[in-house]
Ligand binder design. Structure first.
Ligand code: HEM
Length: 527
């Protein structure tokens, strides 16, 4: 009515563009004000503590994830919020965050079928992978098709294949690096190693990344580039959908970091297409028993067996274990090399367990070495796996936390950065201290195993499916390298392994070239 009156009082030429703009702007302001008032005073989350601005707008989070210091800083901001507001905080209009290590297992649980949030479904460019699937029931069905391949027994069956890749590394370091002064980039080495392992296992295909000059290939670089886009994809969930409709060349031109995702997507699409074509033409003997051969032959419903869906699953199965395992290895090697007491103790243990380095004992023996295991645990702890929170949603039931009742449908999370730096659980949490894992240690209550607080692999229904593979890869390569070689850091410092920002995975200081070392052959260590 008011709008009509205003318009009728105006000369037609005056009632054109500016009035409509004013009306539109007025409506927007009114809508924003009403929304802000609703979020502050009437939303079911209104009683929860937290900054008012974060309660009013999700742009608060966007600022920290995309703008501040180049983005990836919301996890640290959440930490600051907890210092001010206590263990439960409303971090955005629709989301709560909890900082209480004892409550982790209540959210990341196998006893309740919590969903993931759909707004993060697209962030790794693989929206239909089990990993990204929001709905609990659909996730359960998709995960069931891949999880048997990562059971401990199956990984032990793969140990000779993994050891074969480790032997190749040892040979190459002897030939090209040891005593020659040539600089070895451990990040590149590990990236190639775990990529070769997973491609062998997923597709029975050798890409020979470990044969590449300096262990660098476009594939491993593309995996590294995947995380550059994650916060944009999460904060602006429409962006991946728009990009998906544009020609690849245009995308690469507008957003160079997307090139990595496109490259990876294309290579995974080619892989699954080939397996399916081979099955259809009965030429798939070479792939029989591999992960994707079995998935295509599984009883998943047809909508889960399309090439685009399988491509997404391949991106997840292949991609999820590369940067995570590489960073854990790079971090732990840095600390072992720079801490003489740790290095000596590890080398002594390995010397005793592996009398002849050319004939290493099986995985089942090496994985029981207590100090080696402790070194891995500390590396995993300080590389975090996924740093950022992974939201869970209880669709139907409220969640109780202390005196608070979290209504159904609300995103709630804890995160590994908070967990791994809880000083009550891990005193001097920023220090690399393998000793804290020795002797079946307990948490602060003296009962719960300390391993319960190591959440790098997540927990519950969505826990990392590949953790047995990750431990096997790390055990075999760390045992071989520290048994056979000495390493001296080259132009590398703590900034090359410590968190600078959270890109879901660990991102270290800008411009870092990774952990670089000079290699020499090793004599026996004296007690
Ligand atoms: C140190 C090494 C690794 C770490 C720290 C790690 C960590 C994680 C984390 C935090 C999650 C997500 C949990 C969640 O959403 O709450 C995850 C999921 C996943 N990881 Fe890993 N991961 C590692 C290695 C691997 C390896 C080697 C593979 C396989 C080759 C793998 C495959 C997967 C898959 C497929 C998922 C999705 C599981 C699901 O949603 O059901 N990961 N991982």
């Amino acid at each position: 009515m008011l709008a009509k009156q205003i318009l009728s009082n105006l000369h037609p030429s005056e009632a054109s563009y500016p009035v409509w703009v004013l009306l539109l702007a007025g409506t927007c302001v009114l809508y924003t004000a009403v929304l802000a008032i609703y979020r502050l005073y009437f939303s079911p989350l209104a009683p929860f503590p937290g900054p008012k601005l974060a309660a009013v707008t999700a742009w608060y989070e966007t600022y920290f994830e995309i703008v501040k210091n180049g983005g990836g800083h919301f996890t640290f901001e959440i930490m600051r919020m907890h210092e001010k507001y206590g263990p439960i905080v409303r971090i955005s209009p629709k989301e709560l965050h909890i900082a209480d290590s004892e409550f982790y297992d209540m959210i990341y649980t196998s006893t309740q079928g919590f969903d993931k949030s759909a707004h993060v479904q697209d962030r790794f460019g693989a929206p239909e992978a089990a990993f990204s699937t929001p709905d609990h029931e659909v996730h359960k069905r998709r995960r069931a098709a891949i999880s048997p391949f990562f059971a401990k027994r199956r990984i032990h069956e793969q140990a000779p294949m993994i050891q074969g890749h480790v032997n190749k590394i040892v040979r190459r370091l002897h030939q090209d690096y040891a005593g020659k002064g040539k600089i070895l980039n451990l990040n590149d080495l590990y990236s190639s190693y775990v990529s070769d392992v997973i491609m062998s296992y997923a597709f029975n295909r050798s890409y020979g990344f470990l044969d590449e000059p300096d262990f660098v290939s476009s594939f491993t670089s593309s995996i590294q580039g995947l995380k550059d886009f994650v916060h944009y994809a999460q904060q602006l969930p429409w962006l991946p959908k728009v990009i998906d409709r544009l020609p690849d060349r245009l995308v690469g031109y507008i957003q160079p970091s997307m090139k990595a995702i496109l490259h990876f997507q294309n290579s995974m699409r080619d892989q699954v297409k080939e397996v399916r074509q081979n099955i259809e033409s009965e030429k798939a003997e070479a792939q029989e028993g591999t992960i994707f051969f079995s998935i295509i032959r599984s009883d998943l419903p047809p909508e889960d067996l399309t090439i685009p869906r399988l491509k997404d699953e391949a991106m997840s199965v292949v991609g999820a274990g590369i940067e995570t395992t590489k960073m854990a290895l790079a971090v732990l090697c840095f600390h072992i090399i720079t801490t003489p007491s740790v290095l000596k103790r590890l080398q002594m243990e390995l010397q005793e367990a592996i009398p002849d380095p050319s004939n290493p004992p099986p995985l089942s023996v090496l994985e029981k070495l207590p100090y080696l295991y402790a070194c891995l645990q500390e590396g995993i702890r300080l590389s975090y796996g996924a740093i950022a929170r992974s939201q869970r949603i209880s669709k139907h039931n409220p969640i109780k936390y202390n005196d608070w009742v979290i209504p159904p449908g609300v995103m709630v999370s804890l995160d590994t950065y908070h967990m791994h730096h809880d000083e009550a659980v891990f005193p001097q949490s920023h220090e690399y201290r393998p000793e804290r894992w020795l002797g079946n240690p307990r948490g602060p209550d003296g009962e719960k195993a300390l391993t319960k607080y190591l959440t790098a692999f997540g927990r519950g229904t969505r826990m990392c499916v590949g953790f047995n593979l990750a431990y096997a890869e790390m055990t075999l390569v760390v045992a071989a390298l520290f048994r056979s070689f000495n390493f001296e850091l080259f132009d590398t410092d703590k900034g090359d392994v410590e968190i600078f920002r959270d890109m879901i995975g660990l991102e270290v200081k800008p411009g870092s070239k990774g952990v670089r070392v000079k290699v020499s052959g090793k004599g026996e260590v004296q007690p």
